[in-house]
Design a protein around this ligand. Structure first.
Ligand SMILES: Cc1cc2nc3c(=O)[nH]c(=O)nc-3n(C[C@H](O)[C@H](O)[C@H](O)COP(=O)(O)OP(=O)(O)OC[C@H]3O[C@@H](n4cnc5c(N)ncnc54)[C@H](O)[C@@H]3O)c2cc1C
Length: 505
């Protein structure tokens, strides 16, 4: 289910360079730095003495790995300090300290922010030590806000349950939940945030607030799609769980000359599909690739999936470039994807831990939603842009995800995530790979190229730093209410990002 790693690794040699799910961090206490506890002219001693966790300063040996994000594009940002928060009290102490000193602050869970918003030249609050996964005995589980999906899925599988969430095991539960949470179970169970029952959040005034439908309902509404980093530092999420069951994975590749026919069959498919089935198209764009992949996931047996998959293959009218496969697998193997064979410790970024096996990446992303089947001219625009990028020897990708099902049956203002009427979404990515020209504006340019057909919406978890009208793109009509919530909990923008919610005036 680790779509980037799995699908790209399936794509060939260059794909290996793009394998891109990073995350995790060590929580071992660093030795005191030789220069004392001063960084950026600030004495961090008073904060360090209050922490149950630990403080990592530039003079610590651990600093050069702890400060990194999964995306290498942000390696140049050097925090004054990284606080490895060991408790709620650590978060409260750090929030008070940064406000007293006038320092910028940001939270970090999995470190996968596409725009690099979980690092800063100020203070990073790394919550990855808060990673427990506990069953509550009432169909919910409480998940520490620092858990990465590998930890979440493994912990839940041990309890015989699952939650709908993303396909990259090193992504953090905090970012993905507060931005939405798109994955293979969404048509059946909704987004991750749709399954959120309550959350514990420390707001910048130091209060630990438990929010739910009945307690702090506005804050609860805002953190279901409003995006991480805007309203406070989450410490735990209580999420509705579902029994695990086998998943049947069907996959094949096609030649790019058949893209229009296959795409048309794929976008027509949800009209007849049960919620149990979700399918994705991955197009790896680079010179000489010449193929793309369709993968479908079914919450059910191979026997149940086979007629649906065969009907899809027949409806394309195209001949697959590789023999289609259809395999019933354990939920464990699908959820943990490329990490399934190893341990959770191995399913971590190499840069963070000696056991980690995952490489970081350098990629810029943008996204679009489509509420109607894409017209032939729109499909041709996708083909033309991919062809031009490949001819220029650039490297990029399109990933198309089915929407609809349970996630589409939620009102667009019931949570802060507004894109409920979409038929499918797309990620456009351009990668910075040695030996290939790299255009950081290509992904954003795809939104303009497709604007005649798209809804104009964009996914806040696929942050695009070049998006000009991000307020309406990410949030639609929900932005004004998000501003009211921001005003109530963080009127002075202690938590501030370039594309962060601005408090209502
Ligand atoms: C390789 C890759 C694969 C992905 N796959 C999927 C997918 O399948 N489905 C999907 O929906 N999305 C996916 N995403 C997008 C992902 O959901 C977002 O990037 C998400 O924000 C990452 O969360 P994080 O905790 O890993 O990142 P971080 O960078 O740690 O955090 C993201 C944002 O949340 C804030 N934040 C972090 N922790 C907290 C906290 N405890 N309290 C408050 N704010 C916090 C940060 O400050 C930052 O603004 C993917 C991203 C990547 C890079």
């Amino acid at each position: 289910m680790d779509r980037r790693h799995f699908l790209r690794a399936g794509g060939g040699g260059l794909a290996a360079l793009l394998a891109g799910c990073g995350g995790g961090s060590s929580t071992a206490s660093p030795p005191s730095p030789p220069g004392g506890l001063v960084s950026g002219g600030i004495d961090f001693g008073p904060l360090a003495s209050r922490l149950q966790g630990s403080l990592v300063l530039p003079s610590n040996a651990a600093y050069d790995s702890v400060r990194l994000l999964a995306n290498t594009l942000y390696d140049g940002i050097k925090p004054a300090a990284v606080v490895r928060c060991g408790s709620v009290a650590d978060i409260q102490a750090a929030l008070a300290f940064v406000q007293q000193k006038g320092l910028a602050v940001t939270a970090r869970c999995g470190g996968h922010s596409w725009a690099g918003y979980s690092t800063t030249t100020g203070v990073v609050l790394n919550v990855t030590a808060l990673n427990s996964v506990t069953a509550n005995g009432d169909g919910t589980a409480t998940i520490g806000a620092g858990a990465r999906l590998a930890e979440v899925y493994s912990g839940l599988i041990a309890l015989g349950v699952c939650i709908p969430s993303g396909s990259c095991p090193t992504v953090g539960i905090s970012g993905i939940t507060m931005g939405g949470g798109i994955g293979v179970l969404d048509r059946k169970f909704g987004l991750t945030c749709d399954n959120l029952v309550s959350a514990d959040i420390v707001t910048v005034d130091g209060q630990l607030r438990t929010c739910s439908e009945t307690s702090e309902p506005d804050l609860f509404w805002a953190i279901r799609g409003g995006g991480g980093g805007n309203f406070g530092i989450a410490t735990a999420f209580t999420i509705r769980t579902h029994p695990t069951q086998d998943i049947t994975v069907a996959q094949t590749t096609f030649l790019t000359r058949d893209f229009a026919a296959v795409f048309n069959a794929w976008q027509a498919w949800p009209r007849s599909l049960p919620d149990d089935i979700w399918a994705q198209i991955y197009v790896g764009i680079w010179q000489g690739n010449g193929m793309f992949t369709v993968t479908a996931y079914c919450l059910g047996s191979a026997a149940y999936m086979t007629p649906w998959w065969n009907a899809f293959l027949a409806s394309t009218g195209a001949t697959p470039a590789s023999s289609p496969t259809l395999v019933q697998q354990s939920y464990h193997d699908v959820a943990l994807g490329s990490c399934a064979a190893g341990s959770v410790a191995q399913c971590s970024l190499q840069a963070y831990s000696s056991t980690g096996t995952i490489q970081r990446y350098a990629e810029v992303l943008s996204s679009d939603y489509f509420s109607q089947p894409l017209a032939d001219a729109g499909i041709q625009a996708l083909i033309d842009a991919a062809t031009a990028l490949a001819q220029a020897n650039g490297v990029g990708s399109y990933i198309f995800d089915h929407m609809g099902g349970a996630l589409g049956r939620v009102a667009s203002d019931a949570t802060a995530f507004p894109h409920r009427d979409a038929l499918f979404s797309v990620e456009y990515a351009s990668a910075d790979v040695t030996g290939h020209p790299y255009d950081p504006g290509w992904a954003n340019g795809m939104r303009a190229a497709m604007s005649a057909w798209s809804t104009g919406g964009a996914y806040v978890n696929y942050l695009d730093p070049l998006l000009a009208n991000w307020q309406s793109a990410y949030y639609g009509a929900n932005y004004a209410r998000l501003q009211q919530v921001k005003k109530a909990v963080d009127p002075n923008r202690v938590l501030s990002m370039p594309q962060g919610i601005v408090p209502a005036s």
